[in-house]
Design a protein around this ligand. Structure first.
Ligand code: SAM
Length: 366
């Protein structure tokens, strides 16, 4: 797991996909968070050097630029903390950040240190002072898995307005899972010893699903995060390199992250593959969401029931992988127009057009 890369390295397509998700999300998150809070925190725990070989921006610069160039004027105090352990990368990043002219309400601090030690210090300070941590977006993007203890994520998430985006290094985690010297590291990573049950699993797909689900369940239960989404990054050899896990307690946060992830995978499988991504040969047809699957989920939940469109929207958003924009025109409309109809409008504002489902409309799934 040693990192043998130079100070700055060549970017992979899946890193670019991760950066698109990060940027799309921050573009949506920043104006919302800064509207309601006087101070907002952005922590990049494994910040990197700030640039890639061909000049592409690294995650700290993407975050700063998202705030700097935002079309909404961001009035709150915005504090950026970038933590990087390797001296040359820290110095490179620090140079880039210092060159960027920032407005008075922005503070960007580049810290030469290790993520776990640095943020433990920060959280201890917050506890000692008996103050509340400002709402924070915490990006945890390591190369490996030895320095991201679950307890730290849990500690962040005791603050209900914190959100996390975590690179869960599946390929390395799976490869070393039976290493005799690493059980304690794995216990710390997962925050449980349930991973031990997977060591004997021989079916690769099943192993992947189980490891993914143990981590997801940990984020949900002990860490108490209300909404979790994951996105799979596949390398050029067609293997899962990592899962990007997002956790939030805010339905709006979930909505915005789903929008960002759907932007990168228009088919809604929540994955990106270097093996099939070829910038010189874009696919001829854009992938479509699997509306038949969403219809099945809606029927499974609402068949025979009367519900408001708001309830349907809440279900789609919180309990399915689909977006809130995916169900009216694509599913309710054809169901109302089917012969015989599969859906009946029970209550609607006067003048509602057939096939439209504005707020306040109630329907029955027949
Ligand atoms: C995957 S790279 C980060 C890439 C960056 N987030 C981006 O998207 O542009 C991981 C970085 O973490 C740094 N690193 C390694 N161990 C660390 C630790 N314990 N704490 C903080 N940074 C660490 C590495 O030097 C490397 O630059």
């Amino acid at each position: 797991m040693a990192d043998r890369l130079p100070t700055i390295w060549k970017i992979d397509p899946h890193t670019q996909a991760k950066h698109i998700i990060l940027k799309r999300y921050l573009d949506a998150w920043l104006p919302i968070m800064t509207r309601w809070h006087g101070r907002v925190l952005y922590i990049d725990g494994f910040a990197g050097p700030g640039k890639y070989q061909e000049g592409e921006d690294g995650s700290p610069i993407i975050a700063l630029k998202s705030a700097l160039h935002h079309k909404a004027s961001l009035k709150a105090e915005l504090v950026f903390l970038f933590v990087e352990a390797v001296s040359e990368r820290y110095l490179h990043l620090d140079g880039l950040v210092k060159e960027m002219p920032l407005p008075r309400n922005f503070t960007a601090k580049t810290i030469h240190g290790k993520f776990d030690e640095t943020v433990t210090g920060l959280l201890n300070y917050v506890d000692e002072q008996k103050v509340r941590l400002a709402p924070a977006f915490v990006f945890i993007d390591p190369f490996g898995f030895s320095h991201t203890p679950f307890t730290l994520i849990q500690r962040f998430m005791t603050n209900p307005r914190c959100e996390v985006l975590i690179t869960f290094m599946y390929e390395a985690i799976n490869r070393f899972i039976d290493h005799p010297e690493l059980p304690e590291t794995y216990d710390a990573l997962f925050g449980t010893n349930k991973w031990r049950e997977v060591v004997s699993e021989t079916n690769p797909a099943e192993r992947r699903r189980r490891i993914h689900d143990i981590y997801k369940n940990q984020l949900e239960a002990p860490a108490g995060i209300k909404y979790i989404r994951s996105f799979e990054m596949i390398d050029s050899g067609n293997h899962t390199e990592y899962f990007l896990f997002f956790g939030t307690n805010s339905l709006t946060g979930l909505q915005k992250m789903k929008a960002a992830m759907w932007d990168v995978d228009k088919g809604g499988r929540f994955q990106f593959s270097d093996a099939t991504a070829n910038p010189n040969q874009p696919l001829l047809f854009e992938a479509e969401p699997n509306y038949a699957l969403l219809k099945k989920e809606l029927l499974g939940n609402f068949m025979g029931k009367e519900v408001s469109v708001e309830e349907i929207e809440g279900f789609v958003l919180a309990s399915t992988p689909f977006r809130e924009t995916h169900f009216k025109r694509q599913i309710l409309k054809p169901m109302e127009e089917a012969r015989p109809p599969q859906l009946k409008v029970i209550l609607a504002k006067p003048g509602r057009k057939r096939g439209n489902f504005p707020e306040g409309t109630r329907v029955k799934f027949l």
